[in-house]
Design a binder for this molecule. Structure first.
Ligand SMILES: [Zn+2]
Length: 361
């Protein structure tokens, strides 16, 4: 695999690492160097004979050098998509280098996730939950958007544990459970606890679709680690929000309630999220791509909702990304026309996309 270097006047390499005249060297699908371009010339000079200038080995010589006149940052990660309802190529071209699919038939999505690990795949790296665990007749078994097999019905704690373990064995990186009391029955407490226990014993997490009165509190109590949507169907008490902030992460998906418009559901969700953030809670960018008219690629509208909920520029970039650009990390980066810390609209001006060390845009 070839060595690619990207040099840009400004780069955000990760939390607290804003660098002017930055250089990122990518080798073999990994970052070989990310930092000030000036530092690397010192290292290279050191290699040539001036001993002791730096203890670091010089990165390999680049086969291809890109001079990018804009803002470089790690690729964006969308933690809530249904990739089967979108175009993977458009997702990647729009700056999203990795996605987490939160419910699709396992026979379809797990092979797709495996295929996405090769550089021949024109799309983001796909990680998947497989089917959404639910009860007989529960959400999403009758949802219009969900093909047969998107919901996996469990009956009893033993059955719930067995089916959860089976999903993990087939490649699920997270377990998704439906707690949607607004549209039908939900799993029992015993089933919910069994699913959480299986996930935690395997070292992974449970994410929940919590909708309807009391479901967010129930998720917290049972040990669910993450909410796949910021709660929008009820105003959560400060007490509950504070407890959630200590133990849970929220995936935003705010624009599904909005589509650019102000709605009561959006207001409730933004209010819940702003108090959650003020209490120290962690939020991850997620769009629920596939649900309605969410555009593929970085969704500027979702970023603006996060901003309104109280995320400053630095925390916003953190919520949008996963790993920093640093030695040994995945060779995934994007280039924007301008600095998004000054104008979030820049997130819609993706000019360069590199995934796995290969340039896609
Ligand atoms: Zn979804």
């Amino acid at each position: 695999m070839s060595v690619l270097s990207v040099r840009a006047p400004l780069a955000w390499l990760g939390p607290g690492r804003l660098v002017e005249d930055a250089l990122v060297v990518l080798d073999g699908g990994r970052v070989a160097y990310a930092g000030p371009a000036a530092e690397i010339s010192v290292v290279v000079a050191g290699e040539r004979g001036a001993e002791g200038l730096s203890g670091r080995a010089a990165p390999p010589q680049a086969d291809q050098e890109i001079r990018f006149d804009g803002f470089v940052m790690p690729g964006v990660v969308d933690r809530h998509v249904h990739i089967g309802l979108s175009d993977p190529g458009a997702v990647l071209a729009g700056g999203v280098v990795a996605v987490r699919d939160l419910a699709w038939p396992p026979d379809v999505v797990f092979p797709l996730a495996e295929a996405s690990e090769t550089t021949a795949f024109n799309g983001p790296l796909i990680r998947a939950a497989g089917a959404m665990l639910t009860c007989p007749g529960g959400y999403p078994t009758r949802a219009a958007w969900a093909p047969s097999g998107t919901g996996l019905e469990v009956l009893g704690a033993g059955d719930a544990a067995a089916r959860a373990a089976d999903l993990l064995a087939r490649g699920a990186v997270v377990l998704k459970v439906a707690l949607n009391g607004d549209v039908g029955p939900t799993v029992t407490d015993a089933e919910l606890v069994a699913i959480c226990d299986v996930a935690h014993q395997a070292g992974t997490i449970v994410t929940a679709h919590a909708q309807g009165r009391g479901q967010a509190a129930r998720a917290l109590g049972a040990g669910v680690d993450e909410l796949a949507h910021c709660p929008w169907s009820e105003h959560l008490s400060d007490e509950l929000i504070e407890a959630m902030a200590r133990r849970m992460r929220i995936v935003s998906t705010l624009d599904i309630h909005s589509g650019g418009r102000d709605t009561p559901e959006l207001r409730t969700a933004v209010d819940n999220l702003s108090r959650f953030l003020a209490a120290g809670g962690r939020v991850a960018y997620g769009t629920d791509l596939g649900n309605g008219p969410i555009p593929p690629g970085i969704h500027v509208g979702e970023a603006f909702h996060l901003y309104r909920a109280g995320l400053g520029p630095e925390r916003l970039l953190e919520a949008l990304t996963f790993r920093p650009l640093a030695e040994g990390e995945p060779a995934d980066l994007i280039g924007l026309a301008r600095d998004p810390r000054e104008d979030l609209g820049a997130l819609g001006e993706v000019r360069l996309v590199v995934r796995g060390g290969r340039r896609y845009r």
